[in-house]
Design a protein around this ligand. Structure first.
Ligand SMILES: *[C@@H]1O[C@H](CO)[C@@H](O)[C@H](O)[C@H]1NC(C)=O
Ligand SMILES: *[C@@H]1O[C@H](CO)[C@@H](O)[C@H](O)[C@H]1NC(C)=O
Length: 104
């Protein structure tokens, strides 16, 4: 390769990097919206949204759903739903959460 070709490759590489960096998708943090559609047990879901903060076309997702209201349900409901189990929060109480079953 001669010098012109090398220079052309270098310039186009830099140009590509600049364009790519300028168009990286950057989002706001997720924020909760609306309300939980159930009162206990992690049965309910709540909407989370985020926005694109760059001029690029962010591909998303912009919406996701998170389990909510993790306090265990009272009888006769099963205390925890959605595959959640009762987990202790460092002695301050019991909530419905993902049980960690690793043997550490
Ligand atoms: C809450 O929404 C989820 C997801 O749409 C649904 O599966 C669940 O049954 C809803 N709970 C109630 C109490 O409507
Ligand atoms: C229990 O956990 C919560 C949340 O992780 C924390 O804020 C709190 O300080 C903890 N309490 C104790 C007694 O460790």
């Amino acid at each position: 390769m001669n010098k012109q070709v090398l220079l052309g490759l270098a310039v186009s590489t830099l140009f590509f990097i600049a364009v790519y960096a300028e168009c990286q998708e950057i989002y706001t943090p997720w924020v909760l919206r609306g309300s939980c559609n159930d009162t206990c047990g992690g049965y309910g879901v709540q909407k989370m949204i985020r926005a694109c903060t760059t001029g690029c076309n962010c591909q998303g997702p912009f919406v996701q759903w998170t389990l909510c209201n993790a306090n265990p349900c009272d009888f006769p409901r099963i205390p925890c739903g959605n595959g959640l189990g009762r987990v202790s929060v460092n002695g301050t109480g019991i909530v419905c959460g993902y049980t960690v079953n690793d043997a550490n």
